[in-house]
Design a protein around this ligand. Sequence first.
Ligand code: KG4
Ligand code: ZN
Length: 374
Amino acid sequence: MYLRNIIASGKRYFSITLPDPCNILAIETSCDDSSVCIVSFSPNHRYNHDILYYKTIHQEDLLVKYGGVYPFKAAERHRATLPLILNSCSHIPINVIAATRGPGLSPCLAVGWNAAKSLSSWLNIPLFPINHMEGHALVARAFTKDFLLPFFALLVSGGHTMLVHVDKKNSIDNPNSLLTYNYNIIGNTLDDAIGEAFDKGARMLGLSPTGEALSKIAENGDPTMFSFSLPFKQQSKTCTNFSFSGLKTELSRHIKASTDSNSNINNIADLAASYQSALIRHVVDRVQCSIIPKYGSSIPLIVSGGVACNTSLKNALIKQFQKLVVPPKEYCVDNAFMIAWVCMEKLWNNVLNDYDHNSMLKVDIDPLWSLKLD
Ligand code: KG4
Ligand code: ZN
């Protein structure tokens, strides 16, 4: 069924039995990336899939202009770009739609989710609401064929810092949960997310407000030049949570002290390197204390979300965990392929048996949708 032909002919079509191969259209607009992906896969053979179309449009100009993500401007941009992206792939037939329902910024989520609902209703094809964090947690499985459950997922993005134990659902779990597996959140941030700490740190140092800018300048700095005290030192054996606001305050104190003493410009690289090193040491410390004593160092650990692109973080974790998996860079950051992947995992787990199209069309966005059982 071609989107272009259906729109032209006004025909409606619905089949609960998926063809093999089957094409998923996935849409992701939870923050400031407009991303669309079409994946062809076999509903009968796990892991068989092929990306037919993939496009992500970033909003760097808005990020720089507003010094961070400004939700209403980001949504306005999604409204302008999403129809153009969808139009450019309308020649590809689709059988299923998956879109991010949450968590994320409400005005941004609404653009992608409402587009998905309209298309699903118009084409009369199944629609799957996907949890953005579930996308980050599962996408690595697309690149590592024998990735068995259970495993840990360290989700490090602009909005989250979480350590999650992922396992099969068992009989006492909610059978109507829209999540694919059972997610046990072992650790969570008590204040800022690590991506936010990177972004705000970069802005405080006068750089473009992204973690990438900070880590780039940190390459030329000495991480031992400025000292930072890591959070939860006293409870180091028992505390599984994260906290970044204290480190941010320390950075601002160091910046003020350097400015007052007229220190030279090389301080920016040293400050960036020392701050980055503190953020990473804190995360690695918490993850190590939460996992290794109980599960050992050979349980698989997936690292995903934008901050997983950070090479120093990867290098630090690889020393501690034998089975560390980090998806390729473009699939660590927000992307629609991860949304398609969760949908495939659902279909391989036969969720279509309980699928109710009319109820699905009534589902609304959930900006705070937690990975905990719903
Ligand atoms: O997962 P993501 O693309 O979007 C959210 O769901 O938030 O993550 C974006 C975050 C931003 O805070 C960005 O600065 C950070 O990931 N990031 C990095 C790096 N690349 C992206 N942080 C540190 N080092 C990097 N190389
Ligand atoms: Zn994300």
